[in-house]
Design a protein around this ligand. Structure first.
Ligand code: DQQ
Length: 478
């Protein structure tokens, strides 16, 4: 496809055409990975939303199937919005998703596979009792802010729990429901968690992580060797934040660790375009995997020309850092089987302002690993205390702004004569007695097309460059 559709990516998940957004209900069943996602079968902009469906045995190569869930009942006649899968103790997968009813209210519905002996789970049946959770006068739920049920988890009292994203005024809410049989759901008095001034919480995700090691855990695990993660996608800013904390099962509340907050200075999975993400537990390899949606940088006119819009980022394995204070992610190991010819660049001294071309890379895709050693830290520029927003700082000190320790990094997707390129680079600053590492992705020269969004992104990276070399892995595809 590279010849006639130069903007399609090689690495990331994309259907042949049309609009896509949130990943939905990822799961593994009988050794087959399932990915569902929000999809418009009729066009390149958001609308007519159904759950499209693809399966894979390696998370790299995907087989498309017919849409799995599409409007067919009053409780979802105006759209089948985001939701999650739960594997019941019997091994049977079920899906909870948000339906839009004839009054355009958001309600929660249940579907299960028609034929459990079909490993592709191609057909899904909706229960006649739908909707199972709905806004009413009595429960005070906001009918236009009640969506995106998580994977359910089982408590020691044998009751299922699920949270649904919501808001009350500008307080973001994770509304909690409980059920004995997955069919009858009772709203808990208190939300699992909430936070003021964060607005609507879309696509919440709630899962346990192990304190020791990188293994993932089933969503129902809890105990002394476990911390919990709560992620919310904030509709106001279209950024995602997560906190790390403790799930108190007796009170059925989640308490973030001290200093762990949902906004501004909060923790993020990603500092670029990444939204409506969702994890699942891969029981075949004991890992937790993160999927997230990347929306287009092109204009609607551009999307109409291309015939498609949006993609799902390469899935990532995720675990708790040794510090217990942040999560660590790495592209799933399977992506490495796409590595073909190796091109090695011998180590070399980089002088200020110099550019070195990596010759010999002819493929449409490259998986690049590079390590930088720094010899003279004394040169580092002093970090002004007002430079607290890394994205802004990356924009101000873009790739073409000379510094002291940096910019150093990669020009990716560089065209002849450097007319177009994306600069991914580091800068090191001195702040009191430590060094601060800034990582930027400068897109300002990424395209000559003026209609494209060329926001520059960046983040401070929690490493001590005195103790560790700085490395960078970049998955590049034409
Ligand atoms: N996308 C879905 C909603 C969700 C939003 C609709 C997040 O369920 O809140 O397509 O991108």
């Amino acid at each position: 496809h590279q010849d006639n559709e130069p903007y399609r990516t090689g690495y990331h998940f994309q259907p042949p055409k049309n609009w896509i957004n949130d990943p939905n209900g990822p799961l593994i069943y009988k050794g087959i990975y399932h990915l569902f996602y929000q999809y418009n079968p009729k066009g390149v902009v958001w609308g007519n939303i159904v759950w499209a469906h693809s399966t894979s045995t390696d998370l790299v190569n995907w087989t498309p199937h017919d849409a799995a869930i599409f409007p067919s009942q009053p409780s979802d006649i105006n759209g089948c919005w985001s939701g999650s899968a739960t594997i019941l103790p019997s091994g049977k997968p079920v899906i909870l998703y948000t339906g839009i009813n004839p009054q355009n209210q958001q309600v929660q519905n249940l579907a299960f596979p028609k034929n459990l002996s079909d490993p592709f789970l191609r057909e899904w049946v909706k229960v006649p009792q739908n909707p199972l959770m709905a806004p009413t006068q009595a429960n005070h739920i906001n009918a236009s802010s009640f969506r995106d049920p998580t994977t359910a988890w089982l408590g020691p009292d044998k009751r299922w729990r699920v949270i649904i994203g919501s808001k009350q005024n500008q307080r973001g809410l994770a509304i909690l429901y409980r059920s004995k049989d997955f069919l009858h759901w009772v709203k808990a008095k208190h939300p699992l968690h909430s936070a003021k001034k964060t607005g609507m919480w879309e696509c919440p995700d709630f899962f346990p992580v192990s304190i020791h090691g990188q293994n993932g855990l089933d969503s129902s695990e809890n105990g002394p060797a476990v911390k919990h993660v709560l992620k919310a996608s904030l509709d106001n800013t279209k950024h995602e934040y997560y906190t790390i904390g403790t799930y108190n099962i007796d009170k059925d509340i989640y308490i973030p660790d001290k200093g762990s907050v949902e906004s501004d200075s909060g923790l993020r999975y990603d500092y670029g375009k990444f939204y409506a993400s969702k994890t699942f537990f891969d029981s075949s390899k004991n890992r937790r995997i993160l999927w997230g949606w990347i929306n287009e940088s092109s204009s609607v006119e551009g999307d109409i020309k291309k015939g498609w819009s949006g993609l799902q980022a390469i899935p990532r394995t995720l675990w708790l850092a040794k510090s217990g204070k942040q999560l660590v992610q790495w592209p799933v190991q399977e992506i490495e089987k796409l590595r073909g010819k190796t091109v090695k660049l011998p180590s070399t001294v980089l002088k200020g302002g110099s550019v070195r071309e990596v010759v010999g890379v002819t493929a449409a895709q490259a998986d690049v690993e590079i390590t930088f050693g720094i010899s003279d830290f004394k040169k580092a520029e002093v970090l002004d205390p007002s430079w607290t927003d890394p994205q802004l700082l990356c924009g101000q000190k873009s790739a073409t702004v000379k510094g002291s320790l940096g910019p150093f990094g990669l020009y990716v997707l560089a065209s002849k004569g450097l007319k177009e390129y994306t600069a991914v680079f580091y800068r090191i600053f001195k702040a009191n007695n430590k060094y601060v590492v800034l990582l930027c992705s400068d897109q300002s020269r990424s395209s000559l097309n003026k209609d494209n969004d060329k926001t520059t992104y960046g983040a401070f990276v929690k490493v001590d460059p005195l103790r560790e070399k700085l490395s960078l892995r970049s998955l590049i595809s034409l």
